[in-house]
Design a protein around this ligand. Structure first.
Ligand code: HDE
Length: 752
């Protein structure tokens, strides 16, 4: 697939399918299976179908990292015939072995027992945090810009490294909705030939706590209440706000969660942050402190709060679907890896900011993010469980050239990630699972244990030995050994305490607030008001209002008004901080790759422009979905959404190519959406579509009879609403409106 031609793949399929109604399903990204099914059940034996063309899989390496050269499908099921797990062919899997047709079942039925027993054990524990996630394969290409500060080979100029990325929410269970307000995980496994590097990042640059020992506390507070196990995957509840209002070092991360960053539009449109400061070391042994950043090519964008709530019901898989569909459409998600680089001084500070405090950022205006490479995600997993569920990340997976610092949060994570895999993946050999196998030679002297997949030769898995010829040997500098940087540990008493510099809990929260544009501030006010409004206990609301007073009086007063409570005075002096414009998401323009454009058509109206518009949308790297009163074909084009199945939240823009009359199924008794406008001459579901797109500040375009729809909704001559005489002309302008993501000036902000 050509990454420079987004949406090309879908377009090819669409073009090939337009003359065949039976292929309609295959015209939309997401259709299951690599070949369209037949109506009749197939009866001719054949080998398993290959994966879909956008699907990838872990390389077929041995458990110890050697290349096998086998195709990746060698890891999947083989042959045309149903077998037992031992490969014996079976005649029947629908009837258990019985004493006569009416039973009882016989204990000797091995096939029955094997089938049921395996099924009984199909589930493994979900991750204790980040349980809900979606992954993709890709390639990282280094620019070489970091060569002087690290000896890590994968950062040499032009090096390409295979990666697997898993995005996630933090709080929800495996089956929870994607679009909840939460932090997102952004974990990347670089399969480097010097050992795997895991960059286990989030989409926010700070964390709730400064010391790992408090991780169970914040997570217990944020997860559902232990008595009723509600609410699922949300922070809008008493225990969360109880903790963060008492534990004020959490306030910085909390305002990020309350901002639009907590409700991303897409995984493709999120930044990633390593949060901690890491230490890089070059070949000469010189060190630098760095923070890792991922910068998305498509910019940082968010959903509106109402969209997230609707999507929770309409499409709880919205983010994973968006990721997979974009890759299938050829709109490969891209990020640049960037570094903020700081001198490695004994104080480990920069511009007065403690680099070991994970509740603090270093504003990009003070330390610019320097791009060092590009990540492109170009393949979806073949099997969710084998890849996304079983992938195991760990901060300690570091190649030579990258080392840790003493950040007390980072240090605790170094312990936690192995420990959690022991339970989750059922033993100590999780590195041997295909998705976790390194692409480097492994000779670790680790032996045996549950699910051991390697067959080690030799008799001396110990050092020193002479019986195995001394193998394995320690590597020296010339062999590129990992060296723990010999950082001086200052002599100090053994204490349970934090440095004094960790005590400032409010100045950077204020910095974040002051860096927001007015519309982003409105969203933050709304988020705090909503979340605290869902708490039962007034004491908790009052305590959090006190925290807001220490951040900013306007923020506090607005939220207090919404809660019907007085706004308290600050108890700490308001910090005098310079805003960081880089923190705002608003005010720039971005490419629209993989965006979805809904085109409403009237099969009885003028359809002349439809083919041209569709092509223009493809040419812009976006995916057009035709929305019509019924499925099938309209103007020889496949219909992807009917008025019954379409909902505004899945589209980034709506184009009105017609004004379809109410369809026969526009009956409130059958479809509640049809109850919106009884007397309308246009199908009320189309009016609803446009009204929702309007209040979610999305681009809307209309030509020809489409103007009638706008008139009926009363949305005429308004910001972000484009009208014209031809579809291509209108889409040309709509595209420009979409580049800014939303038309925020539709709704002027009340705060400055
Ligand atoms: Fe994690 N975290 N974490 N975390 N974390 C896990 O590991 C933990 C923290 C992050 O897609 C767990 O394999 C502790 C910060 C991501 O598989 C567990 C602390 C950041 C993922 C764990 C933190 C993260 C995890 C659960 C405080 C951003 C998902 C399952 C010291 C820089 C990885 C697992 C995936 C997962 C522990 C804090 C990111 C329990 C103790 C800060 C993206 O080991």
């Amino acid at each position: 697939m050509d990454p420079t031609k987004p949406a090309k793949v879908v377009k090819d399929v669409v073009d090939a399918a337009t003359d065949k109604l039976t292929d309609v399903l295959a015209t939309v990204p997401g259709a299951p299976g690599s070949a369209p099914p037949t109506v009749e059940e197939p009866t001719t034996p054949r080998d398993p179908l290959p994966p879909k063309r956008e699907q990838g899989a872990p390389e077929t390496r041995t458990p110890t990292g050697a290349e096998t050269g086998a195709p990746t499908i060698a890891n999947g099921q083989q042959g045309a015939y149903l077998t037992t797990s031992q490969g014996a062919r079976l005649r029947d899997t629908d009837h258990s072995l019985k004493a006569g047709p009416r039973g009882p079942l016989l204990l000797q039925d091995h096939h029955l027992r094997e089938k049921i027993t395996h099924f009984d054990h199909e589930r493994i524990p979900e991750r204790v945090v980040h349980a809900r996630g979606a992954g993709a394969h890709g390639v990282f290409t280094s620019y070489g810009a970091a060569e002087e500060i690290t000896k890590a080979g994968f950062l040499r100029k032009g090096r390409k490294t295979d990666v697997f990325v898993r995005f996630s929410t933090v709080l929800g269970s495996r089956g929870s909705a994607d679009t909840v307000r939460d932090t997102r995980g952004f974990a990347t496994k670089f399969y480097t030939d010097e050992g795997t590097f895991d960059l286990v990042a989030n989409n926010m640059p700070v964390f709730f706590i400064q010391d790992a020992i408090k991780f169970p506390d914040i997570i217990h507070a944020a997860k559902p209440h232990p008595d009723r196990e509600i609410p699922q995957a949300q922070s809008a509840h008493d225990t969360f706000w109880d903790f963060v209002s008492l534990h004020t070092e959490a306030q910085h991360h909390t305002i990020w969660n309350m901002s639009d960053r907590g409700i991303p539009r897409s995984y493709r449109m999120m930044e990633g942050f390593g949060v901690h400061t890491f230490r890089l070391v070059n070949a000469a042994g010189e060190t630098a402190l760095v923070k890792f950043h991922w910068k998305p090519k498509l910019g940082v964008h968010s959903l509106t709060w109402e969209e997230t709530q609707m999507l929770g019901g309409i499409d709880p898989d919205f983010h994973r679907r968006d990721l997979y569909d974009a890759i299938e459409a050829g709109a490969f998600p891209e990020w640049e890896l960037g570094l903020q680089v700081f001198p490695d001084t004994p104080e480990e500070t920069f511009a007065g900011i403690d680099l070991l405090d994970p509740t603090k950022i270093v504003p990009e205006e003070l330390a610019p993010v320097q791009p060092v490479g590009k990540l492109v995600l170009n393949r979806t997993p073949t099997n969710f469980f084998a890849e996304t569920e079983q992938v195991a990340f760990h901060l300690g997976h570091l190649p030579p050239g990258i080392d840790v610092t003493n950040d007390p949060l980072l240090q605790g994570r170094l312990f936690s990630y192995v420990d959690t895999q022991l339970t989750r993946l059922g033993g100590p050999n999780f590195s041997q699972i295909p998705i976790n196998r390194p692409h480097a030679e492994v000779n670790d002297m680790l032996r045996d244990g549950f699910h051991q997949q390697a067959v080690h030769a030799g008799v001396a898995p110990y050092r020193p030995n002479s019986l195995d010829g001394g193998n394995p040997f320690p590597a020296g500098d010339e062999e590129n050994a990992f060296v723990d940087v010999p950082v001086t540990v200052v002599e100090a008493p053994k204490v349970r305490a934090s440095p004094v510099s960790f005590d400032d809990h409010f100045s950077q929260v204020r910095l974040f607030w002051l860096s927001m544009s007015p519309v982003e501030k409105e969203h933050i006010i709304r988020a705090y008001t909503f979340e605290l409004g869902k708490c039962y206990h007034q004491a908790i609301k009052e305590r959090q209002l006190q925290c807001l007073a220490n951040i900013d009086p306007v923020l506090c007063a607005q939220v207090a008004t919404g809660l019907g409570l007085p706004a308290p005075e600050p108890t700490v002096p308001l910090a005098d901080v310079a805003p960081s414009p880089a923190l705002s998401q608003v005010g720039r323009v971005w490419p629209g790759d993989g965006r979805t454009v809904g085109i409403v058509v009237d099969p009885d109206g003028d359809l002349d422009d439809l083919h041209h518009v569709r092509r223009a949308v493809f040419a812009a790297g976006m995916v057009p979905l035709v929305i019509a009163p019924h499925g099938g074909l309209v103007a020889d084009l496949p219909v992807q959404r009917s008025f019954a199945t379409a909902r505004s939240v899945e589209f980034d823009a709506i184009l009105l190519a017609g004004a379809p009359a109410p369809a026969p199924d526009a009956l409130p008794a059958r479809d509640a959406k049809a109850g919106a406008a009884d007397a309308a001459t246009v199908d009320p579901r189309v009016l609803l579509l446009v009204e929702e797109a309007w209040r979610h500040a999305k681009a809307i375009g209309a030509w020809g009879a489409g103007h009638t729809v706008l008139r009926q909704t009363g949305i005429v001559d308004r910001p972000g609403v484009v009208t014209g005489t031809s579809g291509t002309e209108v889409f040309g302008e709509v595209k420009q409106v979409m580049a800014a993501h939303r038309t925020w000036d539709r709704f002027p902000a009340s705060v400055a």
